[in-house]
Design a binder for this molecule. Structure first.
Ligand code: ADP
Ligand code: MG
Ligand code: MG
Length: 249
């Protein structure tokens, strides 16, 4: 379970997250929606441990452990996965090699043995097949020349292999055509499990037609302004964020 308590975060002295509280239970798929510039990406980066931000106060507990004192790779070993944090193109590194390195880094951090190459290949191929990723893409350099949809499928493949406890997807839907959106959503849905929590960040309701959330939170001005069920996303699609961004009279 993820419990964020009274989280206040600033960048260069400017407050971005303001006393934010959020709980995501095990097995829950929570969506965060909200206008541009309200701190949604900041929240995901702070959970993952990116350094540009100053945490003024608060806690981010994952299964009772405060993540804030931990390095990003330790957080990853504890099961935090942020998709699209690094939409890296890595010339000269075959995708398969990258996936092997990512998986073995996590295993090492956990004190587990490296995967054998045949075991790794088996897992990657099985995952790739489900996501309709062609085998020859795994031989190509990571993300180099991949289309937007291919990059995102590759990210979901990485997520599937790392088996996160908390998976954060920040605007997965941007730049996806409908077919890629369906494949990515099916990949995410296949990973839903009673032990895994998802935080799905999106501007638009469209993605939530395919990944139906248990909970929808509206984020505005650096905090959670409203919480509801999947129907809240539909309501927002009609009304927009006007009510949340307007200053109280
Ligand atoms: P959202 O994802 O909701 O669109 P962001 O978290 O990206 O919002 O941004 C929240 C605010 O923080 C914005 O005003 C943005 O300009 C600012 N911000 C985000 N990252 C940085 C940064 N590295 N340096 C300075 N300002 C930043
Ligand atoms: Mg932004
Ligand atoms: Mg953002």
């Amino acid at each position: 379970m993820l419990e964020i308590k009274n989280l206040t975060v600033s960048i260069d002295g400017r407050p971005i997250l303001d006393d934010l509280n959020l709980t995501v239970r095990d097995g829950e798929v929570a969506a965060i929606m909200g206008p541009n510039g309200t701190g949604k990406s900041t929240l995901s980066y702070v959970i993952a441990g990116r350094k540009d931000y100053t945490v003024e106060s608060g806690e981010i507990l994952l299964d009772g452990v405060d993540l804030l004192g931990l390095e990003p790779d330790v957080r990853a070993a504890k099961g935090v996965f942020l998709a699209f944090q690094y939409p890296l193109e890595i010339p000269g590194v075959a995708t398969m090699t990258f996936l092997k390195a990512a998986l073995n880094a996590q295993r090492k951090q956990r004190g587990e043995e490296e995967l054998s190459t045949p075991e790794l290949m088996k897992r990657v191929k099985a995952g790739a097949e489900k996501l309709e990723i062609k085998p020859d893409m795994l031989k190509r350099a990571l993300n180099v020349g991949f289309s937007g949809g291919e990059k995102k499928r590759m990210d979901i493949l990485q997520m599937a292999l790392l088996e996160p406890t908390l998976a954060i997807l920040d605007e997965t839907d941007s730049g996806l055509d409908i077919d890629a959106l369906r494949v990515v959503a099916a990949g995410v849905n296949a990973l839903r499990s009673p032990k895994r929590s998802f935080l799905i960040i999106t501007h638009y309701q469209r993605l939530l037609d395919y990944i139906v959330p248990d909970t929808v939170h509206v984020m505005a001005k650096g905090r959670i302004a409203k919480t509801g069920g999947a129907d809240l996303a539909l309501e927002l699609e009609k009304s927009g964020y006007r009510d949340y961004v307007a200053d109280a009279a």
